[in-house]
Design a protein around this ligand. Structure first.
Ligand code: ZN
Length: 481
């Protein structure tokens, strides 16, 4: 057994309309090479001009991640040759990034964990290679789409504070939530607007030095991140068990095969020959500007969770679950505004609504019902028109059909039977048909009454008011309520 050390490098595309150095559109999914110009194609003689909105979003991302903002930062050229990078350098930030020294807290196995953010810097996207085969090595040819080239990007670098593949996934979920709340990126991993590379090394417990690490790329889902890291833990453990050293390299995650494959030995910063970009002036920010952007930030997940606890009296667990998605938090608040009873609403949202969302494989913001619809349903349960269990079925139906709870209850005749006469007849029938349990109840065996209630519920297809059934049975069998 070894201690697992993981650090992440996250790339998030910023939600600007135009690219970082030119006016080309950043819209995803356009025909190849239709959103390009001499600047983002890196033609000689062109000059980049910084998109102010990209700067604003990068600073806001840093603030949302608890970073200090550098009043003075600059852009540097990261030199490397690759077909998707027409200038043969990427404009990035090296020694003076925009943001430094942040931290993110998240929950793992009931514990609050804290990951330090080393830096957040601003850079440009490269274009995209489209290989004719599965990968570049097995392809007859590759095509290049430069639409993505010059889309503004932030790189977020964590300290190696993560201690398991699961923690890495949970951290990423929290990070994504924060960036979504802050409105800086749409964080669509399937479209590549949020990407993560993971550095992982192992060492014997008690050792303090970091050992050789592997950098794993191509992790395009949270699941892939966790699986790839689990694979690396097994691979590196086996090497260390055999008394050998892990070779420092860059690896590619193959999702189908479930393995990481070595691509190249890991490059160092000096390989890139960074130097300040002479075409761009340094970025100088005033304290006032930074404070303005700080004030413009919306309420972030941790702040919202704290408010849910104090304002609605929710347990910390509920507050954390509800605020894990802004759409879910907003839905909860709007439903409470209409119905009241925050804890009741919280239970329904966290358990029943969340279950339907998961089963449908959608995001919470694509929910086909509104907060008013849930409030309408809860009103029927509260009034006793339907039971709690029938309420769950009705919610499912609402989810599928978009109909209101009241309409579904009416159409399907789901009103709870609260008519004493009607219930009494059924209770009599159950008593007559179940002499054994009836005798048990008379003998004082409390458990048997549950069985009889169950029989009544069965005969009424769950529509009997269970409280009334219970009372009726007690009256008839023991002479008391
Ligand atoms: Zn352009």
């Amino acid at each position: 057994m070894y201690e697992v050390i993981i650090g992440l490098e996250i790339h998030a595309e910023l939600l600007t309309d135009s690219k970082i150095w030119c006016g080309c559109s950043t819209r995803f999914g356009a025909d190849a090479n239709t959103q390009v110009c001499p600047i983002c194609l890196g033609l000689p003689g062109t000059l980049p001009v910084l998109n102010e909105r990209a700067l604003e979003l990068a600073v806001k991302a840093g603030l949302a991640l608890g970073c200090e903002i550098n009043r003075f930062s600059k852009f540097d050229r990261k030199n490397y040759f690759y077909p998707d990078l027409p200038k043969a350098y990427q404009i990035s930030q090296y020694d003076l990034p925009l943001c430094r020294n942040g931290a993110v807290e998240f929950e793992a196995n009931g514990e609050i964990r804290r990951v330090r953010i080393n830096r957040v810097h601003l850079e440009e996207e490269a274009g995209k290679s489209v290989h004719s085969g599965d990968n570049i090595m097995g392809s007859e040819y590759s095509l290049i789409d430069y639409n993505r080239g010059g889309v503004p990007l932030i790189e977020i670098v964590t300290e190696p504070d993560l201690r398991s593949p699961e923690e890495a996934r949970l951290f990423m979920e929290k990070l994504r939530t924060i960036l979504l709340y802050a409105g800086v990126s749409d964080c669509r991993m399937e479209e590549g607007s949020l990407r993560v590379d993971a550095n992982i090394s192992l060492r014997p417990f008690g050792e303090t030095e970091l050992r050789e690490r592997a950098e794993v790329k191509n992790l395009n889902s949270f699941r892939a991140l966790q699986r790839a890291l689990e694979y690396e833990v097994r691979r590196q453990s086996a090497i260390l068990d055999a008394g050998q050293r892990v070779e420092q390299d860059t690896r590619h995650w193959n999702d189908q095969k479930g393995v990481t494959i070595s691509m190249r030995s890991k490059e160092d910063a000096e390989d890139y020959r960074y130097f300040p970009d002479p075409d761009l002036v340094p970025v100088v920010l005033t304290e006032e500007q930074i404070e303005t952007w700080r004030r413009e930030l919306p309420e972030l997940p941790d702040q919202k969770a704290a408010r849910f606890i104090s304002q609605y009296g929710l347990p910390a667990y509920d507050a954390r679950v509800l605020t894990s998605s802004k759409a879910m938090a907003d839905f909860f608040e709007a439903a409470v505004e209409r119905f009241g009873e925050p804890k009741t609403v919280s239970n329904w949202v966290m358990v029943e609504v969340q279950r339907l969302v998961n089963e449908a494989g959608i995001e919470f913001d694509a929910l086909p019902i509104g907060p008013g619809d849930l409030a309408g349903l809860l009103e029927l349960v509260k009034r006793g028109t339907i039971s709690n269990n029938v309420g769950k079925e009705v919610l499912e139906e609402m989810f599928k059909t978009g109909k209101s709870a009241a309409d579904i209850v009416k159409e399907r005749g789901l009103e709870q039977i609260s008519d004493t006469g009607e219930l009494e007849a059924i209770v009599e029938q159950v008593i007559a048909e179940n002499p054994g349990p009836v005798q048990d109840v008379r003998d004082g065996k409390e458990k048997a009454i549950g069985f009889l209630v169950g029989q009544v519920m069965k005969l009424t297809k769950g529509k009997a008011n269970p409280k009334m059934v219970n009372e009726l049975l007690r009256q008839k069998l023991t002479g008391g309520a």
